[in-house]
Design a protein around this ligand. Structure first.
Ligand code: ADP
Ligand code: MG
Length: 824
């Protein structure tokens, strides 16, 4: 039963438009009655009193005095919606005026002339009024049911109206969806949020049964029954399907009853709990993550503890073995030196010679044992150089095949672009050989040994569980066999010195100890994967260095020669001291001896000329060997110094590596090794002396006339005296000379300056002279290279070089400079 819409017009501006609008509404089924501003109020009052108040009054705003009209219309009818229609331009001033008008309530709005949405807004306003009226009717019914006496005076009545009005606007503006059901579960009222949540048309909801709601389920019906049966309220969560998406909602069912307690109906307060669900799910997921994290951390901690305990155990054993090996080496040194001297004296007695040979072989084996012990204790002085492991492994191919026999296949896989790592090459060869021999033993007669090399990253997650390995870039050396494999008990103990599962006499239990010590000392990491009956893989990770591979000239190949210089031998083990002195005398050297630092200093201070100080690292007494070396340099600046030790201490070796420029020979050493080392040091010194004599004689003026034209020459020489003198000499020959004491320093100079000639020593600490030349030619292709060397000509390079054999004199120098001048 539609009530008429009252159309109030009279002004000129909007009248035509409104009349047309009225026609349209009429044809849409709304009864429209016209009125003028003069009679509108009376008409509305009359209809309201007759119980037929209009649902909507449309007012042409151009009639003027809208505020007054609005107030009078509202006084005549509390429920009708008042809609003022004006032109766009007037909307804001009209709104301001209406907002300031008192007592017109909340149910008014402004429509714009020509707005296509206007008809829809009119419909909504009509429906709004209907909804309010329905609620009002329910409240009236409730009032009459309660037989409440009508409010006696006007003030109380107005209060009632006001509170009703507040309640109404509270419900309709609530963000919660609210639905009121009567005792038969028919919808009495629903607010705008409910229509939005359930995607239903709000106006169509009243009168429907609750089962039309999308949240209707048998469970929902049960809750309604419980509330009808007396429960005060229930609250429950549902998943309902609205327009194809499943929405989680929460509904609070509240019972409405009259004062006698009989059931009137149920209100539903419905909330979309998607956000809460998401938060809950996240919380659950986080809790699971957290638990997972705690488990992982606990596991990692346990693993770290195990690793730590293992490395502490090995550390303790290492201290013990290191001490034993040190003493053992001193003894071996005495035996070896005496055997070698005996050998020299028994040249014409073949039987004695062969016995001596056997004894020497045994000393060698002993030396190998103690060197493995030292490796394990990380006391082996390493001489690491930038190395491509691929080359080492390829060079060992032949050796490995011979060691493993024909029935074992050897396969080598080298990954492309292999990084460079810093290792002591001799020790690394021993490591590979040791592991290959273990693999052979594990495979008994046949199988396959695979050696793989590749680049590897150890990430934070991996190294977290390890005691002492930093994350970063490594070169991986993996050695796998198809042998017997190991039990986990064996695996835990393989690195312990003397642990072996091999029969008496076959295993020493030192191979893997040495491997372990070497890897640790080189800053690396080792890991075993093994399964009984299937085989074993050892993975060794060695840290990457950013350097070019060093090509080293092998001093081991240099011929042995003696000399006539004076050597001061400082050694507290008197037997050993005697042997060394005898050995040096045999090589032609003059010797002086001291058994501690103080007496050595006395000799140095006595004014006796000494060319070389040969001292043990560890000595009793106040004067430490490093201090002795420092004083010796002060007293006799030209002196050469060579250290020796059964093992080396931090005084000389930092982190197991030699300080640059420190010369050291490890015990036990052979006569030849000592002779070469001393020979090399003294050759440098002799060269410096020769140059000094040339300078002192100053025959320079005579040669200056036919000296080569001035060029920029870079001289590289690690002996500072030799470097100074060579530079000065070349300068007197009219050359522009720059000196460097190492290959690295020379490279830095070459990066910023251009030179004509590079004159370099071959045996330099760190980068060798040959490497330097290759790199220098790379950056300055026109550079002439001259090698000064005690080892003869260098002919392995693919560019022309000249050589200046040591010792050289001025004439040699001039000659070689002229070669340097020759165009290539
Ligand atoms: P040795 O070879 O003298 O026994 P090692 O330290 O080299 O000493 O090895 C210790 C033990 O580790 C061996 O006795 C053996 O039980 C085990 N082992 C080492 N390498 C392998 C391997 N490739 N396969 C199986 N077991 C091995
Ligand atoms: Mg072994």
């Amino acid at each position: 039963m539609n009530r008429p819409i009252l159309l109030v017009s009279g002004g000129e501006a909007c009248a035509t438009y409104l009349l047309a609008l009225g026609d349209r509404l009429r044809s849409a089924g709304f009864p429209v009655e016209p009125a003028t501003p003069a009679d509108a109020v009376d008409i509305v009052r009359g209809k309201a009193q007759a119980g037929e108040a209009p649902e909507l009054v449309l007012i042409d705003a151009a009639t003027g005095h809208v505020g007054v009209l609005a107030r009078m219309l509202r006084a005549a009818c509390a429920s009708a919606h008042l809609m003022f229609v004006c032109r766009d331009a007037q909307i804001s001033s009209l709104r301001l005026e209406l907002q300031r008008t008192p007592m017109i309530g909340a149910y008014w709005s402004i429509g714009a002339v020509g707005d296509p949405a206007l008809e829809r807004l009119i419909r909504e306003a009509v429906h709004g009024t209907r909804r309010r009226l329905k609620l009002r009717t329910t409240l009236d019914k409730a009032n009459s049911l309660l037989q409440a006496p009508r409010p006696a005076d006007g003030l109380a009545y107005r209060r009632l109206l006001m509170s009703e009005h507040y309640l109404e606007s509270f419900l309709s503006q609530s963000s919660d969806a609210i639905v009121a059901l009567d005792h038969r579960s028919t919808i009495l009222y629903s607010n705008a949020s409910a229509a939005a949540l359930f995607a239903m048309e709000g106006a169509a909801m009243p009168g429907l049964h609750a089962s039309a709601l999308p949240c209707w389920t048998p469970g929902f019906a049960q809750y309604l029954d419980q509330v009808a049966g007396g429960a005060r309220f229930q609250s429950a969560e549902f998943d309902c399907d609205i327009g194809g998406r499943t929405l989680p909602i929460e509904i609070v069912f509240s019972r409405v009853a009259d004062e006698t307690g009989s059931f009137l109906g149920t209100t539903l307060v419905v909330r979309d709990i998607t956000t809460r669900r998401i938060a809950q799910n996240r919380l659950i997921a986080h809790q699971a993550d957290l638990e997972q994290l705690v488990t992982e951390r606990t596991e990692a901690l346990r693993a770290t503890e195990v690793a730590l305990r293992q490395s502490q155990k090995l550390e303790a054993i290492g201290k013990l073995t290191g001490g034993v090996a040190h003493d053992f080496n001193n003894i071996l040194q005495v035996i070896a030196s005496n055997l070698e001297m005996l050998q020299a004296e028994s040249r014409d007695n073949p039987l004695t010679l062969s016995r001596l040979q056997k004894a020497i072989a045994s000393v060698d084996r002993g030396a190998k044992l103690s060197s493995q012990l030292l490796s394990f204790a990380r006391r082996q002085p390493l001489q690491p150089v930038p190395t491509n492991l691929g080359r080492i492994v390829r060079d060992m191919d032949d050796l490995l095949r011979r060691a493993l026999g024909e029935s074992i296949d050897v396969e080598t896989i080298v990954g492309g672009g292999l990084w460079i790592t810093m290792v002591d090459r001799n020790q690394l060869e021993n490591v590979i050989l040791n592991m290959a021999i273990n693999a052979r033993d594990a495979m008994q007669s046949e199988g396959r040994l695979t050696i793989e090399l590749g680049n590897a990253m150890l990430d934070d997650a991996y190294v977290d569980a390890l005691a002492d390995v930093p994350a970063g870039q490594y070169v991986l050396l993996a050695i796998s066999d198809t042998g017997s494999g190991m039990t986990s008990e064996t695996m835990e103990r393989v690195f312990e010195p003397f642990f072996t599962t091999k029969p008496e006499g076959e295993g020493t239990g030192l191979g893997l100890s040495m491997v372990y010590g070497f890897v640790k000392q080189s800053g690396g990491h080792i890991r075993i994967y093994s399964e009984v009956g299937h085989g074993t893989t050892f993975k060794i990770y060695l840290p990457r260095v950013h350097a070019n591979e060093a090509l080293i000239d092998d001093v081991r190949r240099a011929p042995v020669s003696g000399g006539s210089e004076t050597v001061l031998v400082v050694e507290d083990d008197l037997t050993l001291q005697g042997t060394v002195v005898e050995m040096l005398n045999g090589l032609g050297y003059k010797t002086l001896k001291a058994s501690d630092g103080e007496s050595a200093l006395t000799i140095l201070n006595s004014g006796l000329h000494i060319d070389l100080l040969f001292t043990d690292v560890v000595m009793p007494g106040k004067v430490k060997s490093t201090e002795l070396a420092r004083q010796a340099k002060l007293i006799q600046p030209g002196i050469e110094i060579l250290f020796t030790s059964g093992y080396t201490q931090n005084a000389i070796v930092h982190g197991g590596r030699l300080d640059p420029g420190v010369e050291l020979i490890s015990k036990p050493y052979r006569r030849d090794d000592l002779a070469r080392k001393i020979g090399h040091l003294l050759a440098n010194k002799r060269q410096a002396a020769t140059l000094q004599r040339v300078l002192e004689g100053k025959p320079v003026l005579s040669v200056e006339a036919h000296a080569a034209p001035a060029r920029r020459i870079l001289v590289v020489e690690d002996n500072p005296d030799a470097l100074d003198m060579l530079c000065e000499l070349l300068r007197m020959l009219g050359q522009d000379v720059h000196g460097a004491s190492s290959g690295e320093q020379a490279i830095r100079l070459l990066a910023t300056e251009t030179f004509h000639v590079l004159l370099t020593d071959v045996g330099l600490p760190g980068m060798s002279g040959i490497d330097l030349a290759i790199q220098a030619r790379h950056s300055q292709p026109a550079l002439k290279v001259i090698f000064a060397s005690g080892y003869g000509a260098i002919d392995e390079l693919d560019f022309e070089t000249a050589s200046l054999p040591k010792p050289y004199d001025l004439a040699d120098l001039q000659r070689v400079l002229e070669i340097g001048e020759r165009p290539t």
